[in-house]
Structures are given as structure tokens and as C-alpha cells.
Ligand binder design. Structure first.
Ligand code: ATP
Ligand code: MG
Length: 886
């Protein structure tokens, strides 16, 4: 079976078991401060598991794009070195939210693997949780009992808390799990090893690996560490798609399957190097050099997928957060290609067409954005290769210095600087050092690394207490229709971040919009008769608005009025609506390739990032502004559709974004021809925007432009500022009628006066040079000229060059000049003074400059130094003559 067929068969099987087949959520997570990337299939169901979202349909299945490169799950360092961990991989999953539990999950998994896919049951092993006496949890006998229906006892293995007890985080849902492992050794390998598959489970053997994990969530972990029963049992399973394909295709490495082989073939073609598959390696043991090539090809094939998919999901490489993680993945690939595949120029971007040809059907977002993906990767590669060059230069300098000092060890602080500034991991620095006969102080490096980690940890540490529940129920958001509403607090908790304490409140009814989709959260108050509490911000968490307050009300259970700060709300809403109109106008003016890549909307400003491959011209900007302002003057009323099924929304012509997570039901917002999927707060009609003006247009990354704009009140203020500035300028020019003409005249006059002054100065220098030449002394056949004059540093330089040109034979000329009370020392010599008398102007000027409290340097025949002490000038000049020792 091909990979695509296997993916389909999984969906078909679970469809036949009454599961709703749902799409993969984006790999990049946009609105969850606790998680940057999807790292397991369950991420997108977190709010159902936590009980804040409707669990229907209770059976679901999908394939989910996952990335494990940061936080709790980080496989990055393994990737390429082993053959079954990837950065980005697909996780096949099936879920039951309060429907079937352990027995159903175990039976279905077994039926799929053995009856449908025909994997050999003798090669399958399962694990069950052995129990934890200190937590008072017994062994998972229940799971063991259901497995015993399918496998002999010696294929059931007890596992510890690390492998067989799954937790969502420090707190929250958790429970025992059962893993399915496959012994994929060849009969020869089995015979040679003398070990049973059972003995190799969870022992990091590359041929006996976990393919599927069935998690049975039945507990909730509280902040004090204790466990309570979960109100709804949840089944959450995850199977590594690439590992399953490998088993099905009888391969011994994920990279030998049709998921990766096309990419690896392309790599071989471009580099002219060969990749050895597992079979080829077995017949023909490979050298260390060839193994490095193999690893590098795996790294590049893997990282190409991770980087391309995240760009398609809207996450570009950058300097912060998720973008930085992506940049590091890409740089890791570049390093391997550079070091082991001899690729000194961009390489990964050349593999994009192969990736798109292979995966573009299953993931259309790749196909649609191929041009952008290619451009971004190429630019990143080029820029990192330049950095790599610089880093290597710095390392070479450091090694030269060590050599001169007779040392052989590079200190760890420098190695760390290379890592931090140039992205050189320790192994690369060590490799280059070793090739040149040096070692690296690893201990020091680790100390520096630890220091940095601590700095990061301290900056990020957030501590959450348990939620205090005051009432049951889910929150209702009423903010589309109201800005004030009666409410109760249903739960709250304390949060501590960098010694700051605040509280998060969840209300039963709230008009507050929590920050989402680029629009900032509302602020305002909740109040009742005795008190008023400020809501300083609101954000979205697990599908609910969480309100941030500095202090709790005295009686949290009382009834309150929740009131949004409407000035700010209306300003944000106007900016959000303007953003939609801008998006529409950009598509009209620049073309359909314009895709939203980021958006930020606050009461004061709006920012819109979009794909476009060149600068937007001034004329195009004007055209866009005119179009938007026309739509504002038409005062188009909002046409809003709530809770529309996704497909129906598409039929309405709404624009969906790549990398955005949409529920089954969506909201569509239309203003005339502009029609978008959007959950944000909008103006009731476009007229409320007042006026729209673009402030700047710039580039944020390869292929991505950014527009910053402003509306209404802020435009008015800016107009006043401009008007005031204009008035002041006019006043400078006696309110001249033809202001432009007058200013132009002044500029021209200024230019010609500057030229005239330069002419006078040149003449003055010329005359001074003549005088000095006439007054020159001779000492032992050497022409000696000294003088102290008022003159700018540039004129002094000019002067000594003129003197040199006028004198034949040996010359030493020393000029002390001063300008605005700043002394300057200039030394000029003929070449023979350097070659025959062994003098060096640079050294002499440094020594003499001490007398003017300054420093400087230059070439052997010409040098200058500035200083602070004008009074020392003539002694400094004498000092030079003394140093020359004529
Ligand atoms: P392993 O011990 O092999 O790292 P895991 O315990 O981290 O696996 P889970 O978190 O249970 O794995 O994930 C469920 C399944 O996803 C695993 O059974 C495996 O098939 C797959 N999987 C996990 N990590 C990776 C990865 N980095 N690359 C490819 N597949 C993976
Ligand atoms: Mg793992």
C-alpha cells in the first residue's frame, strides 16, 4: 500500500466505526500562550476535554500535523540520527468523549492493525500501566484484561509512570495509557540478537518501536498534585503515520518509505552523493563519512517538511517565539547540508517542488503557497550562509590568536558566543577546531548555556493556582450585541508572573471580547452597588473569555454588571472593519495572490501583513486608500451570519485563511464585496471608520509586506499635526506664497555657498602649504616641517598631502591643528623615512598623542590622532621630532 492509501484506509476504518472524520488543525497554534505548535492530536480538543466546549460528535478521528521541537516534546536532536523520530509528522488519532472507553479503544486498534492491515500479531507487544503505590493508583488490570482477548500474556508488558501515565500538563486531565510496539527486525536479526521482542520494548532499539499510544483519561490533576475523577472519560489515541507506513511497506527506516524517498532521490540528484537505504547498508557496511551523508540527507528531508508546512500555516522564520523555532530548524538543515553535503549555496529550497508534488494533494495549502514557501526558504538560507561565513571568519581569527599565544583550547565563552550570535552549535565549533588541532572548553560552554536557560526560565515563569469554582456551566459570549450585561463570576484563579499577581475571572455572560485573531481584548469594569473592579485586559483561553483583574471583589459570588470601555471598543472595531476593506482593496489592486499573513488591530492602529513579492508602489497605495475611503463613504452596513456551517460559509464567498482553525460552525462578516470568516468585533457600518490612511509600507520577510494604517480620530489628529508643522515652516519663510519655490531657492543657495567656502578653504590650505615649504628646515639632509595652526582635521590632512607632493627627497612633516578647541596631530613622511630610517607614523602618533590626551593611528607614512588637550599641541609636535631621532 502507498502512504496515501494507508492514510485513507485509517479514515475509512474509523468512519465505519461511526467516527466523524475531521480535518487536521493547523500545526502552528496562534491563540494559546501555553503551546506554540501542535504536538499531539489531542491539542485541538483540549477545550472539550476540559469541559468548556460541546463534546458532540463524541467519536472523532483524523490525521494531525504535529511538530515536536520545543517544550515538553522535543525530538529535534534525535532527528536524522535515528530513523523513526521526525520534527514534523502526522499523527493518526481517534477520540471518544464520554462514549466508548478502554475496551472499545483496544478492540478497534487491534482490529485495524491485525484484521484490516494484516500486521503479524506475533510481532506486536502492548504495555499497560504498572500502578503507583505512592499515588494510590492500582495497576491497569482493566486494560490488561481487554488486551488478553487478543494477545498472549507474554506480549503484555508492565510499564512505569514515565511511559504509561499520560498527563496534559502540570495540572489537568491525565490517566494511564497503553502503547502498541512493533518488532520489525528481520528473521536474521532476531536470530543474531538472541533477544525476544519483549526484552527490547522501550529500550531504544531502532527496530522495536512504539507505533500507537492509547490514552485513557480518567483523572484530573489539581495544583496541589492530588488526583480526582474526571467527569467524563476520554479516549485519546495517537499513531505515528510514518512509522505505520514503514511497517506496512516492510521497511526498516521511515526514510525508506515513499513518504521520504522522493525527497531523498532529489537530494541525491542535486548533490551527486549517494544515500544508502537500510537494506543497502546491511549488505554493504558504510564508512563514517557515508554515515554523515546519510544523516545529513535525513535531516534535510525531515526539516524541509517541518519548515514548509509551518510557512504554509502562516508561521514564517523570525527572531522570536514560534518563528525563532522554525528558523532554528531551518538553520540546522543548512548546517548539515553545508558541512556534510558540500552545499555552500541554498539547497533546501530546490527540494520544494518534490515535496509539493508528493504531498500537495493531501495538503492543498502547500500547493497554493509553493511560490511563497520557496522564496522564504531561499532567502533564509542565503542569509544564514552569510552568517555562517562570518562565524567561520571569527573562529579562524580566534584560532590564529590562540596559535600566536601557543594555546590549544578555545574558551567556552567564545564557543557560546558563536552559538548565540551565529547559530553555531557546539559540535560544529568542535569539528572546525578539531580539524585545526584545537579543542573547546566544553564545561565553560555548558555553564554559559545554563546561565542563558535560567535567564529565559525566569522571564517566562508563570504560576497558576487551581480554579475556584463558584458555579457550574459554560460561558455565553454576548459581545456581538451588547457592551453591558448582567453577570456572575463562575470561576476564578490567581496567577503569578515575575512576582506580579493578578486574577483571572470567567463570567457566565460576558460582553468582553478576549484577544483573538489579532484584535486586542476589551477592557472595562465589572461593578455593583458596593464596588467597581477594573478589567485591565481580556484574552481567550480554551474557547472562553478570561478577564484579567488586579484584585478580587469582596464578594465574588455577587451579581455584577460587566461594562466594556466603549471608546476603545468602537475604535478597535472601526480598525478591524478597515482591515477587512484593506484586504479586499489590496486583492483588487495587486491581485489574487494577496493572502493575509498576520494582522493586529488595537484602538490606536492597525497592521496588516500579506504575501506580495515586491514593494507596493506609491500609486498603488493611493489606489488602495481611495478604494477603502470610497467604501467608507458608501456607509455599507454590516451583514453578519453567525453559526453558519463551514461549507455554507464558503458558498457565501467568504475567504478562509491558511493555518487558521475553524470550528464546524463559523461566523461570516460581509461589508459589500468584502466577505470573510471572522469572529472579531466590527463597526455597525463602514461610515463609522470615518477616514482611512496608510502610514507605512515595508517588508517583514521574504515575500511578505506590511502595511500600517490608521483611521478616524487618529487621522484627524495627524492632519492637525501636519497642518501645524506646515504653518511653522511657512512662518520661517515669511509666509511666502510659492513655498516650494522659495525652499528650493534656499537649498540651491546653500549648495553654492558651501562650494564657495570649500574653494576658499582649499586656497587657504594651498597658501599654508607654500609657506611651510618655504620655511622648511633641513636636519641631516631630511626636510623637517613643523607647525601649529587653526584648521579643521580634514584641512590638516589635505595640507600634509600637499606638502608631501611639493617636497622631493626625505621628509618629516608634523602639523598640530586645532578646530573648536579640539586638537589634532598629523604626521606625514616620505616613503624612504619608513623604509630606510625604520620610522612608523602610526606608532609615533600614538605615543605623542598622549600629550594631547588622545589617541589615533594610521599607516607607516601617514597617521593622525585627535585629543582633548589643545595646550599640549606644540609639545606633542616636538615629541614627534624627538621620537624620530634624526
Ligand atoms: P517515542 O517514545 O517513540 O518518542 P512517544 O512516547 O513520544 O514516542 P507519543 O507521545 O505517545 O509518543 O505519541 C504517539 C505516537 O506518535 C507514537 O506512538 C509514535 O508512533 C508517534 N511519534 C511520537 N513522536 C514521534 C516523532 N518524533 N516522529 C514520528 N512519530 C512520532
Ligand atoms: Mg517521544
Amino acid at each position: 500500500m502507498t502512504a496515501n492509501e494507508i492514510r485513507d484506509s485509517y479514515k475509512k476504518f474509523f468512519e465505519s466505526k461511526q467516527h466523524a472524520i475531521v480535518p487536521s488543525a493547523p500545526m502552528v497554534i496562534k491563540d494559546d500562550p501555553t503551546l506554540m505548535f501542535t504536538n499531539a492530536g489531542m491539542n485541538q480538543w483540549k477545550d472539550i476535554i476540559l469541559g468548556t466546549r460541546d463534546p458532540e460528535p463524541r467519536r472523532r478521528a483524523d490525521t494531525q500535523k504535529c511538530l515536536r521541537v520545543s517544550g515538553k516534546h522535543n525530538d529535534l536532536e534525535e532527528v536524522g540520527h535515528d530513523t523513526y523520530h521526525h520534527t514534523m509528522f502526522e499523527m493518526l488519532g481517534n477520540w471518544s468523549f464520554g462514549d466508548y472507553f478502554k475496551e472499545g479503544a483496544i478492540d478497534m486498534a487491534w482490529e485495524y492493525l491485525v484484521d484490516v492491515l494484516k500486521l503479524n500479531p506475533e510481532d506486536l507487544y502492548v504495555t499497560v500501566f504498572e500502578g503507583s503505590p505512592e499515588e494510590n493508583i492500582p495497576r491497569d488490570d482493566e486494560a490488561a484484561k481487554y488486551w488478553a482477548k487478543h494477545v498472549p500474556e507474554d506480549h503484555i508488558i508492565n510499564g512505569n509512570k514515565h511511559d504509561n501515565f499520560w498527563e496534559m500538563g502540570d495540572t489537568g486531565p491525565c490517566g494511564p495509557c497503553s502503547e502498541i510496539h512493533v518488532d520489525s527486525r528481520t528473521p536474521e536479526q532476531k536470530a543474531a540478537s538472541g533477544k525476544t521482542g519483549r526484552e527490547l520494548v522501550n529500550q531504544d532499539d531502532p527496530q522495536v518501536i512504539e507505533i500507537w499510544n492509547l490514552v485513557f483519561m480518567q483523572f484530573n490533576r489539581k495544583a496541589d498534585g492530588s488526583l480526582e475523577k474526571l467527569s467524563m472519560n476520554v479516549i485519546d489515541t495517537g499513531m505515528g503515520f510514518e512509522r505505520l507506513v514503514r511497517m506496512m511497506q516492510g521497511k526498516h527506516s521511515n526514510y525508506d518509505t515513499d513518504v521520504f524517498q522522493p525527497i531523498i532521490k532529489a537530494e541525491q540528484q542535486i548533490t551527486g552523493l549517494k544515500y544508502y537505504t537500510f537494506e543497502e547498508e546491511t549488505v554493504n557496511p558504510i564508512s563514517k563519512e557515508q554515515d554523515d551523508i546519510n544523516v545529513a540527507m535525513r535531516v534535510c528531508a525531515d526539516h524541509l517538511r517541518a519548515v514548509s508546512f509551518s510557512i504554509a500555516d502562516g508561521q514564517l522564520p523570525s527572531n522570536a517565539k514560534a518563528g525563532y523555532v522554525i528558523r532554528r530548524i531551518l538553520r540546522r538543515a543548512v548546517r548539515y547540508a553545508y558541512t556534510f553535503l558540500g552545499q555552500k549555496e541554498g539547497f533546501l529550497y530546490k527540494l520544494v517542488p518534490t515535496l509539493v508534488a508528493e504531498m500537495g494533494d493531501a495538503f492543498p495549502e502547500l500547493k497554493a503557497q509553493q511560490q511563497l514557501i520557496t522564496k522564504v526558504i531561499k532567502e533564509e538560507e542565503d542569509s544564514f550562509l552569510r552568517t555562517l561565513d562570518k562565524g567561520i571568519g571569527m573562529l579562524n581569527d580566534a584560532m590564529d590568536k590562540l596559535k600566536a599565544e601557543g594555546q590549544t583550547e578555545l574558551d567556552g565563552v567564545q564557543a557560546f558566543r558563536l552559538f548565540d550570535t551565529y547559530g553555531f552549535p557546539l559540535d560544529l565549533t568542535e569539528l572546525i577546531c578539531r580539524e585545526n588541532g584545537f579543542t573547546v572548553n566544553e564545561e565553560q560552554f555548558n555553564v554559559e548555556m545554563q546561565k542563558q536557560k535560567e535567564r529565559a526560565r525566569n522571564a517566562a515563569a508563570v504560576e497558576n493556582s487551581d480554579w475556584v469554582e463558584l458555579a457550574q456551566g459554560e460561558q455565553q459570549f454576548v459581545g456581538y450585541d451588547y457592551t453591558e450585561y448582567e453577570c456572575h463570576i463562575i470561576r476564578y484563579r490567581k496567577v503569578t508572573q515575575k512576582k506580579n499577581e493578578f486574577y483571572e475571572l470567567v463570567l457566565d455572560y460576558t460582553p468582553f471580547y478576549g484577544e483573538m485573531g489579532g484584535q486586542v481584548g476589551d477592557c472595562g469594569v465589572i461593578c455593583n452597588e458596593p464596588e467597581t473592579i477594573d478589567i485591565i485586559d481580556s484574552k481567550r483561553e480554551n474557547g472562553q473569555t478570561v478577564h484579567i483583574v488586579k484584585q478580587l471583589p469582596k464578594d465574588p459570588a455577587a451579581q455584577f454588571m460587566a461594562c466594556v470601555d466603549t471608546d476603545k471598543r468602537y475604535a478597535s472595531a472601526a480598525n478591524h472593519t478597515a482591515t477587512h476593506l484593506l484586504d479586499y482593496a489590496l486583492k483588487q489592486v495587486l491581485g489574487d495572490h494577496v493572502e493575509q499573513k498576520g494582522s493586529y488591530v488595537s484602538p490606536d492602529t492597525l497592521r496588516f501583513d500579506f504575501s506580495h513579492f515586491e514593494k507596493v508602489t506609491d500609486e498603488q497605495i493611493r489606489e488602495v486608500e481611495r478604494m477603502v475611503n470610497d467604501m467608507i463613504r458608501q456607509d455599507i452596513h454590516i451583514d453578519e451570519h453567525r453559526d453558519v456551517p463551514f461549507d455554507e460559509a464558503k458558498k457565501l464567498g467568504a475567504i478562509a485563511l491558511f493555518g487558521e482553525k475553524y470550528g464546524d460552525k463559523v461566523r461570516v462578516v460581509r461589508f459589500g464585496p468584502s466577505c470573510e470568516f471572522c469572529g472579531g468585533i466590527h463597526a455597525s457600518s463602514t461610515g463609522r471608520i470615518g477616514f482611512f490612511k496608510i502610514i507605512s509600507e515595508s517588508s517583514v520577510a521574504a515575500g511578505i509586506r506590511r502595511i500600517e494604517a490608521t483611521t478616524g480620530h487618529d487621522c484627524e489628529e495627524r492632519l492637525y499635526q501636519m497642518e501645524d508643522a506646515m504653518k511653522t515652516i511657512k512662518a520661517f519663510f515669511n509666509n511666502a506664497k510659492d513655498l516650494q519655490g522659495v525652499i528650493k531657492k534656499y537649498i540651491d543657495e546653500h549648495e553654492s555657498m558651501k562650494k564657495e567656502i570649500e574653494g576658499f578653504q582649499a586656497q587657504a590650505v594651498e597658501r599654508a602649504a607654500q609657506r611651510l615649504v618655504e620655511k622648511a628646515r633641513k636636519v641631516n639632509g631630511i626636510t623637517v616641517i613643523t607647525s601649529v595652526l587653526p584648521m579643521t582635521p580634514a584641512a590638516a590632512k589635505d595640507l600634509v598631502f600637499k606638502v608631501r607632493a611639493a617636497i622631493d627627497g626625505p621628509l618629516l612633516c608634523v602639523i598640530g591643528s586645532h578646530d573648536n578647541n579640539k586638537p589634532q596631530l598629523s604626521i606625514m613622511m616620505s616613503d624612504d623615512m619608513v623604509s630606510d630610517h625604520g620610522l612608523n607614523a602610526g606608532q609615533m602618533v600614538r605615543e605623542a598623542a598622549k600629550l594631547i590626551q588622545g589617541g589615533g593611528g594610521g599607516q607607516p607614512h601617514f597617521a593622525q590622532a585627535g585629543g582633548k588637550n589643545v595646550d599640549g599641541l606644540s609639545t606633542a609636535v616636538d615629541k614627534v621630532i624627538e621620537l624620530a631621532n634624526l
